[in-house]
Write a protein that binds this ligand. Structure first.
Ligand code: AMP
Ligand code: ZN
Ligand code: FE
Ligand code: FE
Length: 287
């Protein structure tokens, strides 16, 4: 019996390049037993993912990834086993979709002012779905010769602080964690390296605060964290009694160096994490 799992990946419903059908077929090919699809700020891919998961014999955990306000780095909160049909969740996600729709033309405007000739139509065509993200801008910039690769596109134009960066309205950590919990999900901090906080006492303070909002887990294993970093985050999480999870953050062609199921040398996540996350999901009280 195979027990391999991957708890972090994206489809064309956000900024991955695989459709739900392609992604679940690939998960099956990779012999993954359970996967969580965690598109940014949307669950619009859930039904298609579920149908494909059933077809390919892979267990699908409903998931999401919410970007929250944070300095100096980025705070992404993953939600697992949430109810994708929850009306409160739909309302919160609509706020985030609007923020994205307002931001994207502003990025185009900044690019154009820099003499970079890219249109919103081109970026929308690149996304192929209903949500446009910065990796789609990056792909268009590469196609049109303004950047050699994804890294350069972000460094020169799209990353926080770069020439065409535009911030968008995000939820606070409290709002992000609570919206997941209120939709019945378990809340986990994604790729903590990207918080860009190294001071241990500051980290302890942050995790304590997030746990008071309802945080339950930490993604110690991630394709962006090396062996030493994984140990660091695992130890920190264990110290707080957090669930230790992991995920590849697979984006297909939009992040070509990261393969599905890969979260560092020799890392192989067991199915027991699925049980832990399932047990941690919020059981809604009926009044
Ligand atoms: P968005 O949600 O549209 O702001 O896009 C966020 C996504 O852009 C992230 O999930 C990453 O996949 C990608 N991204 C953000 N910053 C960088 C960076 N510095 N280099 C490469 N990719 C990045
Ligand atoms: Zn992404
Ligand atoms: Fe992320
Ligand atoms: Fe992600």
């Amino acid at each position: 019996m195979n027990h391999r799992c991957d708890f972090h990946m994206h489809t064309t419903h956000s900024d991955g390049s695989y459709t739900p059908e392609e992604l679940l077929a690939y998960a099956s090919e990779k012999c993954l037993r359970a996967v969580a699809v965690t598109d940014h700020d949307t669950v619009s891919g859930y039904d298609a993912c579920k149908a494909a998961a059933d077809k390919h014999g892979v267990e699908l955990i409903p998931g999401i990834e919410i970007s929250c306000q944070f300095e100096p780095g980025t705070l992404h909160v993953l939600g697992y086993f949430l109810n994708p049909k929850d009306p409160g969740l739909a309302q919160s996600l609509a706020v985030l979709q609007r923020a994205r729709a307002e931001r994207n033309p502003m990025i185009i405007e900044k690019l154009n002012r820099l003499g970079v000739h890219v249109t919103l139509q081109e970026v929308e065509a690149q996304s192929g779905g209903d949500q446009v993200g910065r990796p789609h801008f990056a792909q268009v910039l590469i196609k049109k010769g303004y950047a050699r690769n994804n890294d350069e596109a972000f460094r020169k134009f799209l990353a926080k602080g770069a020439a065409a960066y535009v911030d968008k309205r995000r939820f606070s950590a409290e709002e992000g964690i609570q919206m997941i919990r209120e939709a019945g999900g378990a809340a986990v901090v994604a790729h903590p390296k990207q918080l860009k906080v190294t001071d241990r006492s500051r980290l302890r303070q942050l995790f304590k605060e997030w746990m008071s909002f309802g945080l339950q887990g930490i993604e110690a294993y991630s394709s962006c964290q090396n062996v030493g970093e994984q140990k660091f985050w695992r130890d920190l999480g264990a110290g707080f009694g957090l669930i230790i999870t992991g995920g590849s953050d697979f984006h297909g062609k939009n992040k070509p160096d990261v393969d599905l199921g890969w979260m560092g040398q020799g890392v192989d996540l067991g199915y027991d994490i699925v049980d832990e996350l399932r047990a941690a999901k919020t059981v809604k009280r009926c009044s």
